[in-house]
Design a binder for this molecule. Structure first.
Ligand SMILES: *Cc1c(COP(=O)(O)O)cnc(C)c1O
Length: 423
């Protein structure tokens, strides 16, 4: 049974993994709904939607069928000078559900590239207008991906330390968490000048930065301040998109709509890699010219891959079903109820929720050495009991696929409460 793990270790370098100390990876042979099946016969309840991508459960038959059909028709075609049905249909259907100011869709491969494209669009927008602007404002602690531009606009941390000399400068605003709104707005008044090309934010929830949550009202105010100085607004909805915060997009909670939106993760239901940067008409228009220098010179070999676009279309079919929307409300309510129970534990702090995303801090008080190990302790405790969660330091969160049943949620809650009584 460890055969695959050992063969893996001989040849593979895993993401975000210290290969010297990491345990052997667990071979998964099959997935169905919210369950993953190990080669050793064990089951894992996937409470993190497999790195936040899987919104409808694993190996969903509708997505599988659509992709299998498309595979027989057209697997790929160069997307410069050519187009195809899945790409056009996906853009049409996506624009119909995105905020109404969004008018064009640019395809790439993943969340990081969606952010890279948004940044290039923003900088070149100003360049094309003959009024170059160089500054980006971002939130402290932000995560926008692992490529260089995406890293540059993210917070500086241990993850970016070796690369800091190579990252362009960004002006940071603290995250306007509840209670901090006034302070952040005051700092923003000074930061937003007419040199700012764009303000980039993960609306309502900073994911990888620790599931830090804030309210739409203050983001609306920040966007207004940025807009007053002409800055473009980039909403990185790579994690928050496709129902996660209870609405189809976190931007739907806002009055001020973004100029650019980055989408990936849930876009294909977690089936294939695909990224999208959507933009408002005035961005697109700034690239229209008889002068070829104003072209957006960006593209990837697999831009708008027909299989990935088909997976996204099939995922959208499912997302828009009344049943799925009801599931999103059901999970939201389940999280709220569980939050009430969590509040009774002394070891739990800072409980927060937006829609189907529930997060809390494990409060380990003075036990600093234990604190350092709390992430691994919690991860292993839950995994041993068949629940896949991936704490961010001492932050535990539930981000289940929308098909997760009440029984499965209750099972996860029981295991979490067992963990809480041991710390
Ligand atoms: C995951 C993530 C990204 C990067 O997406 P990848 O597909 O992993 O490159 C960017 N922004 C946010 C908010 C994310 O959560």
């Amino acid at each position: 049974m460890n055969d695959l793990s050992e063969r893996d270790q001989a040849v593979i370098w895993h993401p975000f993994t210290q290969m010297q100390t990491a345990p052997l990876p667990i071979p998964i042979v099959r997935g169905s709904g919210s369950l993953l099946y190990g080669a050793d016969g064990r089951e894992y309840l996937d409470m993190i939607s497999s790195w936040w991508v899987n919104i409808h459960g694993h190996a969903h038959p509708h997505i599988a069928k659509r992709v299998a059909e498309q595979l027989q028709i057209l697997e790929h075609v160069i997307f410069a000078g050519f187009t195809h049905q899945p790409a056009v249909e996906l853009a049409e259907r996506l624009l119909a559900i995105l905020p109404p100011n969004q008018s064009k869709v640019f395809y790439s491969d993943n969340g990081s590239t969606a952010v890279e494209v948004a940044l290039k669009m923003a900088f070149q927008y100003w360049h094309n207008l003959g009024m170059p602007r160089k500054k980006i404002v971002a939130f402290e602690n932000a995560y926008h991906g692992d490529t260089f531009g995406a890293m540059a606009v993210g917070g500086r941390s241990a993850f970016t330390a070796p690369f800091v000399p190579f990252l362009f400068d960004v002006d940071y605003l603290p995250v306007p968490v509840p209670g901090q709104e006034a302070v952040v707005l005051q700092q923003a008044e000074a930061l937003f000048t007419n040199e700012v090309a764009a303000f980039i934010a993960e609306p309502l929830v900073q994911g990888a930065g620790g599931m830090v949550m804030y309210e739409p009202g203050v983001l609306d105010k920040l966007i207004k301040l940025a807009r007053n100085k002409g800055a473009l607004i980039i909403a990185d909805e790579v994690m928050t998109g496709f129902g996660r915060t209870g609405r189809l997009f976190a931007s739907n909670h806002l009055d001020e709509k973004p100029d650019l939106m980055c989408l990936s993760k849930g876009l294909t239901g977690g089936t294939m890699a695909l990224g999208i940067t959507a933009c408002a008409a005035h961005i697109y228009d700034a690239f229209l010219s008889t002068d070829k220098h104003k072209t957006l010179f960006h593209g990837h070999s697999f831009t708008a891959n027909p299989l990935a676009c088909t997976a996204a279309l099939a995922s959208m079919d499912l997302l828009l079903l009344p049943e799925t929307q009801a599931n999103i409300q059901r999970i939201t309510q389940s999280h709220t109820d569980f939050a009430g129970r969590l509040a009774t534990y002394a070891s739990v702090d800072n409980i927060r929720q937006h829609g189907t995303l529930l997060a809390f801090d494990l409060n380990v008080g003075e036990q600093t050495s234990y604190f350092n190990n709390i992430r691994d302790t919690a991860y292993n405790f839950l995994l041993d009991r068949g629940v896949l969660m991936r704490p961010l330091g001492n932050v535990l969160y539930l981000m289940p696929p929308y098909c997760t049943t009440n029984e499965q949620l209750a099972f996860a809650h029981t295991q979490i409460e067992a963990l809480l009584t041991t710390i």
